[in-house]
Design a binder for this molecule. Structure first.
Ligand SMILES: *Cc1c(COP(=O)(O)O)cnc(C)c1O
Length: 385
């Protein structure tokens, strides 16, 4: 089976992890801050807060921005459920903005219209979570301008997009947002097994996220409400969680990070090769905007269903039976039973639903060989003929 994504683990990765296992600290040691600093330096952000998943990073990002009951968070329906769930963890409500049918990212024109409408009703969101789908950055400049006009905060869910750039600057520098979140799950660009990181340039947001990562406990006398009893003293000043990353994971992340540029370059080469191999087929290949460079987490094709006799489901079944591990990203979040129970229904976001009915993610990962890619193209040719 050729999977749709997979990690690469080298001897250097294994050695780094084994070193930590023989060291004094398996967690809360030096590897975590080293990893945070290395990612912050790579993406041009002031602070990085490492956690055990991007899901946790999204949660503490919302908490740091003081999202709570009665507040609204907006996001795109074409994303992993975590981009919306973070609002629900905070007791806030979720709404969605339909996608741009060309890029599959949030539609900035639809966003502007919805904001204008929401302002009249007094129902503006407190936070907008934008998702750089497949690794291609959203229209960040326009989103940033809208956040200034309407006063909402922006979180970039860059789970797909470490190594991507927007206007020649790395995604993660938070020039257009308050916080940017990365995922280090094994199918993503670089991995720590499980893991995530929240980037920000704001020292107060960084400090609040650190607090929520670890029980709401601080050892910083400056944050305490009264004088420490002694050197053992810590104070819980808010309600946090244990979302910490281990040093084992951070050490793996550090060695993985040294290969980030090579991974993104290889992913791009595979994408370019797909573009040219598929151009005679009844499929829409991914459009790339001029002002961004994708990290190519996913290569999504859209079937031109009016030009073929088979359904998307049948095409996926045929490919999987041929050993090609295609997948679908994503089921529109608002159609999930949990979100239906909150009042959403099929038909609410027609562009997202149309995209979903046609989309297939082809295998794409840094160690994929040309021969494996040829096998994918060959199987797709057969499945569509
Ligand atoms: C993978 C992913 C997440 C969640 O990442 P975890 O590290 O698995 O928690 C969130 N958002 C998007 C868009 C993702 O692809």
């Amino acid at each position: 089976m050729i999977p749709y994504g997979r990690q690469e683990i080298t001897q250097a990765d294994i050695d780094a992890v084994v070193d930590v296992l023989g060291s004094d600290f398996l967690t809360q040691g030096p590897a975590v801050p080293n990893f945070e600093n290395a990612i912050a330096k790579r993406v041009g952000a002031r602070f990085g807060v490492a956690v055990n998943s991007a899901t946790s990073a999204l949660h503490i990002a919302c908490l740091a921005l003081r999202l709570g009951a009665g507040d609204l968070l907006w996001t795109t329906p074409i994303t992993f459920v975590a981009s919306a769930n973070c609002a629900r963890y905070c007791g806030a409500d979720v709404d969605f903005v339909d996608i741009d049918p060309a890029t599959y990212n949030i539609d900035v024109e639809a966003l502007a219209l919805k904001l204008n409408d929401a302002q009249k009703k007094g129902e503006l969101p407190k936070i907008l979570v934008v998702v750089h789908l497949c690794g291609q950055p959203c229209d960040l400049d326009a989103i940033h301008a809208l956040s200034g006009k309407y006063g909402f905060r922006v979180i970039e869910d860059a789970s797909h997009a470490i190594g991507a750039s927007y206007r020649n600057e790395p995604v993660g520098n938070c020039r257009y947002s308050d916080i940017t979140v990365f995922s280090f799950h094994p199918v993503k660009i670089i991995t720590t097994g499980e893991g995530g990181m929240a980037m920000t340039n704001d020292p107060e947001l960084a400090s609040r996220m650190e607090l929520f990562r670890s029980h709401g406990i601080t050892r910083d006398a400056g944050l305490m409400t009264h004088t420490p009893d002694g050197p053992w003293y810590y104070q819980q000043i808010d309600l946090g969680f244990n979302y910490r990353m281990t040093d084992i994971q951070a050490a793996l992340g550090l060695t993985q990070l040294t290969r980030l540029d090579a991974y993104v370059a290889r992913r791009k080469a595979i994408a370019v090769r797909y573009d040219s191999s598929l151009n005679a087929l009844p499929v829409q290949t991914p459009l790339q905007v001029a002002e961004a460079a994708s990290a190519w987490h996913l290569y999504v094709i859209r079937l031109r269903l009016d030009e073929i006799t088979r359904s998307r489901e049948a095409v996926v079944q045929t490919l999987r039976s041929a050993g090609i591990g295609v997948n679908v990203h994503y089921i529109p979040v608002h159609t999930q039973p949990y979100y239906r129970s909150l009042g959403f229904q099929a038909g609410d976001f027609p562009k997202a639903e149309r995209y979903y009915s046609e989309a297939i993610s082809l295998p794409l990962y840094a160690t994929m060989s040309d021969a494996q890619q040829d096998a994918v193209v060959d199987a797709l040719n057969k499945a569509l003929s």
